[in-house]
Design a protein around this ligand. Sequence first.
Ligand code: URA
Length: 440
Amino acid sequence: MRMYDLITKKRNGGVLTDAEIEYMIGGYVQGDIVDYQMSAMLMAIWFKGMNAHEITELTKVMAKSGDMIDLSAIHGKKVDKHSTGGVGDKTTLIVAPIVAACGGKVAKMSGRGLGHTGGTVDKLEAIPGFRTVLEREEFFTIVNKCGLSLIGQSGNLAPADKKLYALRDVTATVDSIPLIASSIMSKKLAAGSDCILLDVKTGSGAFMKTFEDSVRLAQTMVAIGEGAGKRTVALITDMDTPLGHAIGNSLEVIESMDVLKGHGPQDLTEVSLQLAANMLYLVDKGSLATCRSLAEKSIADGTAFECFAAMVEAQGGDSSVLRNPEKFAKAPYSGDVLADRDGYIVRMNAEECGIASVVLGAGRETKESTIDFSAGIMMMKKYGEAVKKGEKLATLYTSKQETLAEAERMYKEAVVIGADKPAAKPLVYARVEKDHVEKF
Ligand code: URA
């Protein structure tokens, strides 16, 4: 077999056989197939796509390129969750403890920020002392004790994806449904949970910008999960506007704790409750309505917050910052962004808001950049709200004073003020199950 012939086949719209996919991924992981040939293949896939069988096979081969984690040492049904990435998306910090408080088990490996999108591991590391690298035994023990543990991806989880993702990132081949679906689902299959909830983001801050593409991505991933014997459901949620009011690592931890204490922003609370209800549904805690009530109760009685605090303690973190958020290190510099006219917020470009937060230091400009946990944006006005000229739209926080002017300019470009109140948008657009799409 020759990679040259496989590239030609895909470029001409052909279908790769199982053996060809295995040869291509195996060879690439081992270094026998070089980056420039794999780049050409990725671009051919970007243009010509893959059929359902090819995507499933690609996913399986990528999953099996590293460790397939056995979670059987954890008692009870394990549910995983994956977001396709967003700005201000801190829902894992909220839904994992809710599910744990209601009797589900969440043994979750999360990722770091990517481009304009934030990552759960970076947010967790904003908690002083919190360890995101654990030995397998300790990970299992914490899940058995606290109901949840959140850690970073182990080095050998789907190494084919790690290598392919880095290549896609620099060859303009990230936003392809077969490539995103196989990337995400290879990690989910390897991570070993019994069932999977997917949060597929849609809108300006998402990889999938349109509802139709988001549904196609969700259906593709649900089919892969179900095909592998794991109950899989997806919600299509809004990422046209950042979620909640906080962007940036410690700011997002504080906001997540606000939700768990029962006084978080409405949009973030609602999306989190719907995600948590679906995860509880997947672990057989009852109908969706029952699961929603269980989730709400775990916030109202404080058990979800206590589950999160217990996990933080077990992973070496200082849980006192969760109870007293003023103990988080403060950014030394801040600046307000003011409205330059009266009107309504008619557009908030989530991707541009995310990039502004990266400029302030909340994300990585390069792979080597270190994150400034205190940096970020607190948004006072969100989509649809009325504003007066001179009123505060947001406050920017950073340790690098020189970034404030650039971030302010970017934020002002991202947030458009118009004369008329815009139509309200749904937070959750649809729920996708095997063979069924329910639009809201
Ligand atoms: N997240 C992933 O893990 N992979 C993708 O391709 C896109 C988002």
